[in-house]
Design a protein around this ligand. Structure first.
Ligand code: F6P
Length: 539
C-alpha cells in the first residue's frame, strides 16, 4: 500500500495542481464546508489513503480514544478531554461515570463562582466589586482561554460586559509589569491556572501578583487577600491549598485532561466569565457534535479523518513540512498560536509507541496569522519563496451578527469589509495553487521571472457559515481529532510532551549560576558559561 502511494506521489509531484482530478474534493458537515480541491489528491489517491487508514484499524483507535483505555501510554493515562463535552451521564460508559460525575460537580462549582462575579457580589478586601479578572497561566492554561475569548467578544452577555479580562503568561514578568500599571487591585481577581500547579512561569507570576496585592493592602491578613482575590484551577488541589488558596475557591479537573486539551474544563473559567455559562455550554456542544461525527461518520465523509489524510499525504509523500494556518477573520487572530501548541506539542515526536526511531517525518511546523495581515508580511515567501508550504484557509461566510453590533452608520461599510476579505481569501488560495501561468495568465502577461508565481501550493478551505460558540467548538474539536488521527497514522503518542521537561531542569541549575558566580554549573558548555559570566558582568 505504501509503495502504491509512493508511486502515485512521484507521478503527481510533476503535475500542475490544475491538471489533477481533484475538483470534487469537498465535504459538508452541518455548517462546515471543507474544500480540498486544491490538493494533489485525485480519486485514486484518496481511495488508496482510505484503504491505508482502514488497514491501520483507525476505527479501533477512535473507539479507544472515546473510552477509559490508557492510550497515553508513557504517562499511563487515558485522554478524556472529549468527556468534558459529553452531554449527559446516561450516555457515558459505566467505567467513566465517576469521572463524569466529577466533571459535572466541577462545572457546577465553576458556575456558582461565576454567578457571584456576574451578580457583582464578589467583593475584594475593601468591599469593592470585582470587575477585573487576570488569568495567570501558560501553554494550555493560557492559549485556549485567550483564543476563545478573543474570538467570541460579541457573545459577551450583558452581565459580563463590565468585566475586563487579562492574560499573564510571560516568565520575564513583562505581562504583569504592564498590567499593574493599569488595573485596580481592589477590584481584581487573579485566576491561578495551572494543571500541575508547579509550572515556574505561572508560579512566579502568581507569587509576584500576591506580593503586589500585599503591598496594596498592608492592613489586610494575607489569608483574606488570598480568599478575596485569588482562585486556583488545577488538577493538584493540595498544591493550591498549600499555596494558600481556600478550598472553596479551588476548581479542579481530572489528571487525564491534557493541558493543551483543557479549555473545555474548569481551565475555561475565564471563558465562561466572559461569554457566560450558556455560551460556554454551546462551545462544548459544538465540540461534542464533532466528537460524535468523528466516531460515527463513515471514513469517506469523516471530516477530521479526511483532513488528517490530506496532511498525512502532504507530509509523508510530498515532503511538505510547513503548515500555514490562515484565518481570514480578525476574531481568530490567536488561533495559529493555539494550534501551534495543539499540533506541535502533540505530534512533534520522533519515536513510535515502542520507542523506536521513526524513519518518516511527523508534525510539520505550524505558523500563521490573520490572512490579510499575512498578505502584507509573509505571503511573498509563500508565493515566490523556496519553501514548500501547505495552507489551511479558514473563513466565515456570514458575519451579519457581528456587523449588527456596529454603529448603524457604518454597518454597510462593515459588510463591504467582510466581502473584500472573503474575496482576498479565495483569490490567494487560487493563486497559491495554480500560479500566474494558469487561467490567471490574462492578469499577468509578464515574462519577467521576478513577477512569476509558480503555484503548486496546496490548501484546504474551511468555510463555516458563521462564527458562534458552537461553530468554534466544532472547529477546535475538528483540529483535535485531526491531530489524533495523524498520531495514529504515525504511530506516536500525541498526549505526552517529554520534550519540554529537560529544558526546565537545566534552567534550574542555570539560574543558580546567575545568582552566584561560584555556583556556575560546570556541565554547561564553555560558550554558555562565558555568556553567563558576561550577563553577570553586565548586571
Ligand atoms: O511545559 C509544557 C506544559 O506542560 C504544557 O503542556 C502545559 O499546557 C503548560 O506547560 C502549562 O502547564 P500547567 O497548566 O501545568 O501549568
Amino acid at each position: 500500500m505504501l509503495n502504491c502511494l509512493q508511486e502515485r506521489a512521484i507521478e503527481v509531484k510533476n503535475k500542475k495542481l490544475n491538471s489533477i482530478e481533484n475538483q470534487n474534493n469537498y465535504l459538508i458537515y452541518e455548517n462546515f464546508y471543507f474544500d480540498f480541491s486544491k490538493q494533489y489528491i485525485d480519486k485514486k489517491i484518496l481511495a488508496l489513503l482510505l484503504n491505508f487508514v482502514k488497514n491501520r484499524d483507525i476505527k479501533r483507535s477512535i473507539s479507544d480514544l472515546f473510552s477509559d483505555k490508557k492510550i497515553n501510554t508513557t504517562e499511563n493515562r487515558s485522554a478524556l478531554h472529549w468527556l468534558l463535552r459529553a452531554p449527559s451521564l446516561s450516555e457515558v460508559s459505566n467505567g467513566l461515570k465517576p469521572i463524569h460525575r466529577n466533571i459535572i460537580d466541577n462545572v457546577t462549582s465553576m458556575s456558582s463562582l461565576i454567578k457571584i462575579i456576574h451578580d457583582g457580589a464578589w467583593l475584594g478586601v475593601n468591599n469593592q466589586v470585582i470587575d477585573c479578572i487576570v488569568n495567570i497561566g501558560v501553554g494550555g492554561s493560557d492559549l485556549g482561554p485567550a483564543m476563545v475569548i478573543s474570538a467570541l467578544k460579541e457573545f459577551r452577555p450583558e452581565n459580563s460586559s463590565h468585566i475586563s479580562i487579562h492574560f499573564v503568561a510571560t516568565m520575564d514578568g513583562t505581562d504583569l509589569l504592564e498590567l499593574f500599571k493599569t488595573i485596580d487591585p481592589a477590584k481584581t481577581l487573579f485566576v491561578y491556572a495551572s494543571k500541575s500547579f508547579s509550572t515556574l512561569d505561572t508560579q512566579s507570576n502568581a507569587s509576584t501578583a500576591l506580593e503586589w496585592m500585599k503591598s496594596k493592602f498592608p492592613g489586610s491578613a494575607v489569608s483574606n487577600i488570598l480568599e478575596k482575590h485569588f482562585i486556583g484551577i488545577t488538577s493538584k488541589p493540595d498544591k493550591a491549598e498549600n499555596w494558600g488558596i481556600p478550598t472553596k475557591h479551588i476548581l479542579t479537573f481530572d489528571e487525564s485532561i491534557g493541558g493543551r486539551y483543557s479549555l473545555w474544563s474548569t481551565i475555561g473559567f475565564s471563558i465562561a466569565v466572559a461569554i457566560g455559562m450558556e455560551n460556554f455550554n454551546a462551545l462544548l456542544s459544538g465540540a461534542n457534535s464533532m466528537d460524535e461525527h468523528f466516531q460515527n461518520a463513515p471514513l469517506e465523509t469523516n471530516l477530521p479523518l479526511i483532513m488528517a489524510l490530506v496532511n498525512f499525504w502532504n507530509v509523508r509523500f510530498l515532503n511538505f513540512q510547513s503548515q500555514l494556518i490562515l484565518p481570514y477573520d480578525g476574531r481568530l487572530k490567536l488561533l495559529p498560536a493555539y494550534l501551534q501548541q495543539l499540533e506541535m506539542e502533540s505530534n512533534g515526536k520522533s519515536v513510535n509507541h515502542k520507542g523506536e526511531l521513526l524513519k518518516y517525518n511527523t508534525s510539520p511546523i505550524l505558523w500563521g496569522d490573520v490572512g490579510t495581515k499575512g498578505q502584507h508580511a509573509f505571503y511573498q515567501l509563500l508565493h515566490q519563496g523556496t519553501h514548500a508550504v501547505m495552507c489551511d484557509f479558514i473563513v466565515f461566510a456570514d458575519s451579519e451578527q457581528q456587523i449588527l453590533t456596529a454603529d448603524k452608520s457604518v454597518q454597510a461599510r462593515f459588510k463591504y469589509h467582510k466581502k473584500i476579505n472573503i474575496a482576498n481569501c479565495l483569490a490567494q488560495a487560487e493563486l497559491l495553487a495554480f500560479g500566474s501561468n494558469s487561467a490567471f495568465k490574462k492578469f499577468n502577461l509578464e515574462s519577467n521571472p521576478h513577477k512569476i508565481y509558480s503555484g503548486g501550493k496546496p490548501s484546504n478551505m474551511i468555510l463555516i457559515k458563521e462564527l458562534t460558540p458552537y461553530s468554534l467548538g466544532q472547529l477546535v474539536s475538528l483540529y483535535e481529532h485531526k491531530v489524533f488521527t495523524l498520531a495514529a497514522l504515525w504511530d506516536i503518542n500525541p498526549f505526552d510532551q517529554w520534550g519540554v521537561e529537560l529544558g526546565k531542569k537545566i534552567a534550574d541549575t542555570t539560574y543558580l549560576g546567575l545568582e552566584d558566580d561560584n555556583a556556575l554549573c560546570q556541565e554547561l558548555s564553555d560558550g554558555t558559561l562565558r555568556l553567563m559570566k558576561q550577563i553577570n558582568n553586565f548586571q
